[in-house]
Design a binder for this molecule. Structure first.
Ligand SMILES: NC(=O)c1ccc[n+]([C@@H]2O[C@H](COP(=O)([O-])OP(=O)(O)OC[C@H]3O[C@@H](n4cnc5c(N)ncnc54)[C@H](OP(=O)(O)O)[C@@H]3O)[C@@H](O)[C@H]2O)c1
Length: 330
């Protein structure tokens, strides 16, 4: 099969003829139709992701496609079925294996690109906001990186939970995307101070001390400013550190304001909470099928051009989700 293969952390992946993967017990072998692009693809290539593959590997954590073969112990899908899946890695390729527990039949009416773009971003935002932060309809949620992959879905998910959303993003175009996806208030952090603007907005909403929930995939200075515009009792969701800086949290501020910092890692959460995982994914799929959520795919790349997608993520020009079409001869 054709694949992008990384031979050592920090090296540029190579476009090669790689051996076809072999399905093991409880696994599913998938002919990949589409693969979603994630910021974490850039991290795993550098060996900076939570999971570190041993030996050559392809990036790519979320795919859709057609089942080619199933291993012993897999009965919920069969060869020929259209599926969506979250492999450990390996999606930048024509074939991938995934653990059967993370392979789901593709719902009717959902196309391959949407399925590949949907799983991680919406899964992260829905489970974090609903099940970890317990967002209530009367609450104000501050979402950072709001035109990016997970940030944009957090805007939509917080609105579905009935909250008022303040979104931050860098630049007018990105702010407009957040607005178009439901943000009630938008802050351009290239030209506005987050803390001051959040306080002005929450004061106008009758809550001068700040927001109830922060959803932060950026970290660094953005986190530090957020900590200074949260209401007493606020919950701060630590989603990621796209800025490259892991925040150091002054515990005295958490104490004085009764603030809770909540770590959230979607992959581990699914493993640790299989019942909630099943229920939550079903909730999301219902909303996807009904059109209540609208994944924004801003660009689709051919598999051989996949490195251009990673460049767009690194250079911060990507908005919403990028998808790689992995079907041969496209
Ligand atoms: N916890 C989990 O389970 C989970 C799941 C998925 C993703 N994540 C994490 O969430 C973060 C975002 O992932 P994503 O896939 O949504 O990425 P993405 O689509 O590239 O979005 C990241 C956003 O972060 C902002 N940003 C600020 N500083 C940046 C920098 N130095 N470089 C790049 N972007 C920067 C950008 O918005 P502006 O240009 O508007 O600032 C960008 O839109 C990553 O750290 C990722 O690892 C965590």
């Amino acid at each position: 099969m054709k694949a992008w293969v990384c031979n050592a952390f920090g090296e540029v992946p190579q476009w090669v003829d790689a051996p076809d993967p072999v399905v093991q017990p409880r696994q599913v072998l998938i002919d990949v139709a589409a693969c979603g692009v994630n910021f974490a693809d850039t991290l795993i290539l550098q060996g900076k992701y939570q999971k570190r593959p041993e030996g050559p590997f392809s990036p790519g954590f979320e795919v859709s496609g057609t089942v080619r073969a199933v291993g012993d112990g897999v009965s919920h899908v069969k060869p020929g079925d259209a599926v969506m899946a979250m492999p450990d890695w390996g999606g930048y390729a024509e074939q991938v294996v995934a653990d059967g527990s993370l392979v789901m039949p593709l719902p009717n009416g959902v196309d391959f690109n949407i399925a590949a773009a949907f799983q991680i971003a919406y899964g992260t935002s829905w489970f974090a906001l609903k099940y970890r932060a317990d967002v209530k309809p009367s609450e104000i949620v501050l979402v950072h990186g709001a035109a990016g992959g997970v940030g944009l879905t957090a805007v939509e998910c917080a609105k579905l939970l009935g909250a008022t959303v303040i979104a931050t993003a860098g630049g007018a175009d990105k702010c407009q995307i957040a607005r178009d996806h439901g943000a009630d208030h938008v802050i351009d952090y290239k030209s506005e101070n987050i803390r001051d603007r959040v306080r002005e907005i929450t004061a106008s909403l009758g809550q001068p001390k700040g927001v109830d929930v922060v959803y932060d995939p950026v970290g660094g200075d953005v986190f530090d400013q957020s900590l200074r515009c949260v209401a007493p009792g606020a919950r701060m969701l630590l989603i990621g550190f796209a800025s490259g800086t892991v925040p150091q949290i002054p515990a005295n501020i958490l104490l004085v304001k009764n603030v809770t910092a909540i770590g959230f890692y979607f992959g581990a959460y699914l493993e640790q909470n299989p019942d909630i995982a099943q229920a939550g994914m079903a909730e999301l799929l219902e909303r996807l099928k009904s059109g209540a959520i609208r994944p924004m795919i801003s660009a689709v790349y051919r598999l051989e051009d996949a490195m251009d997608a990673l460049t767009a993520i690194r250079e911060r020009t990507a908005t919403g989700k990028l998808v790689i079409d992995c079907r041969p001869n496209r």
